[in-house]
Ligand binder design. Structure first.
Ligand code: E4P
Length: 218
């Protein structure tokens, strides 16, 4: 399972890279807006690429396919790691197909139904982002969507990778792993929550106390 970090914050991305599990980075307009005042967004994306050395999703904001394709090409020119993230509305669907056919990697986002995922795969998307947290927020069990998409992609051997997105807690990651999703994109906070277990902390304290009693050095 690949782990992407869902942020445009350089410090957080560096920290995830130091943990040694960083396979890629996802950004979106909201995440980039949180970095306002820290430099030009294109420079931020280039820095992210340097640190990640893997796929970095950058999102278009155009409202028609021509604009999305134009923006996608500009963003793709920033570096070889950039993947073009496109909201899966009708114009976005067209843009995913057009960029994919030109060999530019695409990431269909704001996926909330299995049929959107099916069409994104047909259009040649490299990644799709079904948003589990936002579905949970709306009282729909988000993980049901992941199960259905994984089954559909398995049925037809689609190569599009399922990136579980809008992840809010470690249970989302666990369920994604049990289903067999290809990727999770997670906030740093969730990775930190996954590392931590109170019984590990209690165990470490006991070992340290007992080691002190021994009075030895390694
Ligand atoms: C990732 O690609 C998405 O942009 C992100 O996971 C959305 O998360 P949110 O629902 O917490 O904003």
């Amino acid at each position: 399972m690949k782990f992407f970090i869902d942020t445009a914050n350089i410090d957080e991305i560096k920290e995830a890279a130091e943990l040694g599990i960083l396979d890629g980075v996802t950004t979106n307009p909201t995440l980039l807006s949180r970095e306002k005042g820290k430099g030009d967004f294109k420079e931020i994306l280039k820095k992210i690429c340097d640190i990640a050395q893997g796929p970095v999703s950058a999102e278009v904001v155009g409202e028609d396919a021509d604009t999305m394709v134009r923006e996608g090409k500009k963003l793709a020119a920033l570096g070889e790691h950039i993947v073009i993230k496109i909201p899966f509305v009708k114009e976005g669907f067209k843009a995913v197909g057009r960029l994919s056919r030109e060999g530019i990697r695409t990431h269909a986002t704001l996926i909330f139904s299995p049929n959107q995922a099916l069409l994104a795969a047909k259009a040649g998307a490299t990644f799709i982002s079904p948003f589990v947290g936002r579905l949970d927020d709306a009282t729909h069990y988000g993980m049901d969507l992941i199960s259905q998409i994984v089954q559909i992609y398995d049925n037809y051997d689609f190569v599009t990778e399922v990136m579980v997105s809008s992840v809010r807690n470690p249970l989302h990651v666990l369920e994604a792993a049990l289903i067999g999703a290809d990727i999770v994109t997670v906030p740093l906070k969730v990775i930190e929550q996954m590392i931590k277990h109170p019984l590990t902390d209690v165990g470490v304290k006991k070992f340290m106390d007992d080691w002190k009693k021994l009075g030895a050095e390694i």
